[in-house]
Design a binder for this molecule. Structure first.
Ligand SMILES: *[C@@H]1O[C@H](CO)[C@@H](O)[C@H](O)[C@H]1NC(C)=O
Ligand SMILES: *[C@@H]1O[C@H](CO)[C@@H](O)[C@H](O)[C@H]1NC(C)=O
Ligand SMILES: *[C@@H]1O[C@H](CO)[C@@H](O)[C@H](O)[C@H]1NC(C)=O
Ligand SMILES: *[C@@H]1O[C@H](CO)[C@@H](O)[C@H](O)[C@H]1NC(C)=O
Ligand SMILES: *[C@@H]1O[C@H](CO)[C@@H](O)[C@H](O)[C@H]1NC(C)=O
Length: 404
């Protein structure tokens, strides 16, 4: 009985450690502006346009940031200007300060006034000092905001209240009115996205060269405006595939290349949360040229019945264009022999075993495919599995303790 209290203490410690570990492996530390604003229905329009303009993703990526939020009435006055979505993006990005201002810091501004850079300034689209916001501590505890450009130093908006503050990470403050800025409101053309040039600069030079040489690039260029997702086999992957590629007829080369494009913008988030068949730029009536998206947690794979490729990274994400790196060349059944359907349900029983990946297409057994899957071990997957093992280990340890 004498040793019961220490044992209980140890057991308690053990279990709390286990709980802590379980908890820490499932929570995400990064902020999510969409979720923050969703708690405040009177900011739904502002929230909606942060998503539409893709600023939300950029806000989430950054640390040390302040969002000057506009309620639905203030947004209505901004929207009445009928700006294009690209221009609206500039205006809203002027409302995102790339520094942290909590309500307290706001009232402690040195010398009562300060110029601070915004996301509009950070894009490089803002000429001169436009893109900076003047924050001025007025008499009587009021704080005013104004865009620093052709506005004659007019401070348009007043601080209303703080909606959310995560010290030194993100602060969301309501201001009374939109910040006016001639520069931000200047008509902005849709960004011209040159797919082949972008690919060439981002580790997909070989793929880009093939697009140009085959003429498939025309279809890619024409598809961008309506939304385009490109799955790019990286240079080493494509190089090992070249003997097979050279063996194809000119028309089939084009088909293979078009097979790596999907005429819709698909964010990684969407790919991770939806499994299913996907049409490609090569899909044309009778010729299906489709593949299946299959995801397991953080890992997204593309299955063609001939080969299973894995997304290993995002090269470019600028709606309407998104480009992902993949670790194998996608081979459609229209051009290559499908692997024999040997799909024995993985005997090891684990759902995330990387080993099954290597022995996929047995019948066709293209030597190059196994060579392809070299680099990019999925860091997330690995750490997830390691975390799981640790929890399991600690759990057995605790159970052992219990039966002592
Ligand atoms: C942020 O939250 C929204 C709404 O809860 C969700 O739809 C979105 O996927 C989240 N974004 C990220 C990057 O987690
Ligand atoms: C901010 O604007 C006010 C009013 O126009 C001006 O007096 C002040 O000098 C400006 N502050 C800075 C740092 O430029
Ligand atoms: C602030 O951001 C850092 C880096 O992303 C993160 O580690 C930390 O947990 C965040 N702090 C809070 C309170 O969310
Ligand atoms: C894209 O860029 C490449 C090389 O940088 C150039 O040759 C080609 O003409 C450009 N295409 C378009 C549509 O601008
Ligand atoms: C090229 O095609 C021929 C005839 O279809 C085939 O026998 C050969 O194995 C192919 N070579 C490669 C590298 O795929």
């Amino acid at each position: 009985m004498a040793n019961a209290p220490p044992l209980t203490t140890a057991l308690t410690l053990c279990l709390s450690l286990l709980l802590l570990l379980l908890f820490s492996t499932t929570t995400v530390s990064a902020h999510n502006i969409t979720r923050i604003l969703a708690k405040h229905p009177q900011f739904s329009t502002f929230n909606h346009y942060l998503t539409v303009t893709h600023l939300a993703a950029e806000i989430n990526r950054r640390e040390t940031i302040t969002v000057l939020a506009l309620d639905n009435a203030a947004m209505a006055s901004l929207l009445s200007k009928q700006l294009s979505v690209y221009t609206l993006r500039n205006v809203l990005s002027l409302h995102v300060l790339v520094d942290y201002f909590g309500a307290k810091k706001l009232h402690q501004i040195t010398d009562g006034s300060e110029l601070t850079a915004t996301m509009f300034q950070a894009t490089g689209a803002a000429p001169g000092t436009s893109g900076y916001v003047n924050i001025t501590d007025l008499k009587g505890g009021k704080v005013a905001f104004g865009a620093e450009d052709g506005n004659g130093g007019k401070l348009d908006a007043l601080y209303v209240k703080s909606l959310e503050e995560v010290p030194y990470n993100i602060s969301v403050l309501q201001i009374s009115q939109p910040l006016n800025s001639v520069e931000a409101e200047a008509p902005t053309a849709a960004p011209t996205l040159n797919v082949t040039a972008i690919l060439a600069k981002q580790g997909c030079k070989a793929f880009s060269d093939l697009l140009t040489a085959s003429g498939a690039s025309t279809t890619y260029e024409q598809s961008v405006d309506g939304g385009l997702t490109v799955f790019c086999p990286t240079d080493p992957v494509l190089n090992t595939f070249m003997p097979k590629y050279k063996n194809l007829t000119a028309a089939h080369k084009v088909s293979l290349l078009l097979y790596h494009g999907v005429p819709v913008y698909q964010s990684l988030q969407t790919l991770k949360s939806s499994n299913g068949v996907m049409n490609t730029l090569a899909t044309d009536g009778a010729e299906k040229y489709d593949f299946t998206v299959q995801n397991d947690g953080e890992v997204v794979t593309l299955e063609t019945k001939v080969v299973t490729a894995k997304i290993t990274g995002t090269v470019k994400d600028e709606e309407p264009l998104v480009v992902y790196k993949i670790d194998k060349v996608l081979q459609p059944t229209e051009l290559f022999k499908a692997a024999a359907p040997v799909k024995a349900p993985a005997p090891k029983g684990s759902k995330a075993d990387d080993s099954s990946e290597a022995d996929g297409p047995a019948a066709d057994a293209p030597a190059d495919d196994s060579a392809d899957s070299t680099a990019d071990d999925d860091a997330n997957g690995v750490s997830r599995m390691a975390g799981g093992r640790l929890v399991l280990g600690l759990f057995s340890f605790c159970v052992g303790f219990f039966f002592l």
